[in-house]
Design a protein around this ligand. Structure first.
Ligand code: UD1
Length: 420
């Protein structure tokens, strides 16, 4: 297992290009099961979560290979193997593969995905949604057995606008008889991207990005070549890194409206942002950031939970106190204990953190426990005085394509070493 060595206190300067969105690519890979034809996913990011999804696809008999930066997938042959817990344990969002398998094969078997570092992650909305499409579901010794022999379109009212459940149900409806209507659907940009992908294969999805999505089932979908959207959370992470260290970087390949909830907060923190042509955002920061009266996470277009830890790391050096409220996941402040080792003054009670800004963080030995919490530690270490060592880098590799190379390219003193 690798670790990062970071010598902090260096302002960032230069140009960064944001990778393709992990959370767009993952459901798009799952949706390749909907067609027997080959599909090319252009500029697919090389990440541990993508590898875990590809392991599941290959386990089901699909082929998946990178040719340069493009991922070539072909699901002509599908075998209904049980997706066991070795596979689902590596990727909690593996559950959303159910929809595409059921739509295509009308039968599926998958182990429970279980809990994870940031919260329980129940799957009740996925299950009740599939039941509304007449899927028979039984739990046999921890394996969810789905019988879709009577599947047809239907109306699903989601109690909560879950991203994964919305994606699962969009895929489930793609090849069914009749219309599948998802009410209180999630509206994240990755949902719109999945709809665009299904439509590029000849599907009929309307309303994505709004709270009612209608999927009209078609008999067959065909192959296509598709480039998913840029990663708004990676963009947010690089913005936060500059806010923490000071300096000036141009972040390329950003869709400005996808990061509006993020850039608005940065402006309040005193960071200057200039949105240029072709998706380049120039970020300029100087001195300690201003605190935020309240930073509250919620579903899109509100501030994303996946950027909460990175922003908390920046606010830990703000010129005053901030309140951070986490509304999505019940256990997403685990990383704050690590920040405290650096001298951060953060008090957490349930889903609320009070972050009292301190003038200086000090380098320390830190352990990443989850993906975005790990990114927060990197940001804190970049802004700290002295050297930090971060273990648990494998969590960070789940969602960032060689984050150390990207940050080093804009002047950060960060390197990866083998931690054996
Ligand atoms: C997706 C993202 C993740 C992001 C999250 C929220 C992917 C691969 N992952 O995760 O990075 O943090 O959206 O923006 O796209 N819930 C239930 N029952 C369910 C499903 C969800 O209670 O059946 C709850 C969850 O426990 C959580 C909340 O709903 O508290 C949000 O979850 P959801 O929107 O489903 O997130 P994911 O799709 O897992």
């Amino acid at each position: 297992m690798d670790k990062f060595i970071i010598d902090g206190g260096v302002p960032l300067s230069g140009e960064i290009e944001v990778q393709t969105a992990k959370n767009a690519a993952l459901p798009i890979i799952a949706a390749c099961i909907l067609t027997e034809d080959p599909v090319i996913i252009e500029n697919c990011p090389r990440l541990r979560d993508i590898d875990a999804m590809l392991d599941i696809m290959r386990h089901l008999g699909c082929s998946a290979e990178f040719v340069g930066n493009d991922l070539h997938v072909c699901c002509r042959n599908i075998s209904l193997n049980v997706i066991n817990s070795d596979l689902t344990g590596k990727l909690r969002s593996s559950i959303f593969i159910l929809g595409s398998i059921l739509s295509r094969c009308r039968r599926a078997y998958i182990s429970h995905p279980g809990g994870c570092e940031i919260g329980l992650r129940p799957i009740d909305l996925h299950i009740s949604g599939l039941k509304s499409l007449a899927v028979g579901i039984a739990d046999e010794y921890g394996v969810i057995c789905c019988d879709g022999s009577k599947m047809r379109g239907g109306v699903i009212n989601l109690d909560f606008a879950s991203v994964g459940a919305t994606e699962n149900l969009m895929m489930a409806g793609a090849l069914l008889d009749g219309d599948t209507v998802i009410v209180n659907a999630a509206r994240e940009p990755e949902i719109v991207d999945l709809a665009d992908f299904i439509n590029a294969m000849g599907g009929k999805v309307v309303g994505a990005g709004e709270s009612v999505i209608r999927v009209t089932g078609v008999k067959r979908l065909h192959g296509c070549s598709y480039r998913p959207i840029p990663d708004r959370i990676c963009a947010a992470t690089f913005f936060a890194a500059v806010a923490a260290t000071g300096g000036e970087i141009a972040v390329k390949n950003v869709v400005p409206e996808h990061v509006f909830g993020i850039t608005e907060r940065l402006k309040k923190m005193g960071v200057k942002l200039y949105i240029g042509h072709g998706g380049t955002v120039r970020v300029v920061a100087e001195g300690r950031p201003r605190p935020l009266h309240k930073l509250e996470t919620n579903v899109y277009p509100a501030f994303p939970t996946d950027a909460q830890p990175q922003f908390c790391a920046v606010l830990s050096r703000a010129t005053g106190s901030s309140i951070v409220v986490e509304n999505l996941f019940e256990n997403r402040f685990g990383y704050t204990a690590e920040l405290s080792k650096m001298g951060a003054a953060i008090t957490v009670k349930d889903r609320v953190a009070v972050v009292r800004g301190v003038p200086v963080l000090h380098g320390a030995v830190l352990g990443a426990l989850d993906l975005r919490g790990g990114a927060a530690l990197v940001i804190a270490a970049l802004s700290a005085e002295g050297r930090s060592v971060i273990t648990g880098v494998e969590h960070i590799d789940r969602g960032y394509e060689y984050i150390e190379r990207t940050l080093a390219s804009v002047g950060a003193k960060i390197r990866r070493v083998d931690h054996t």
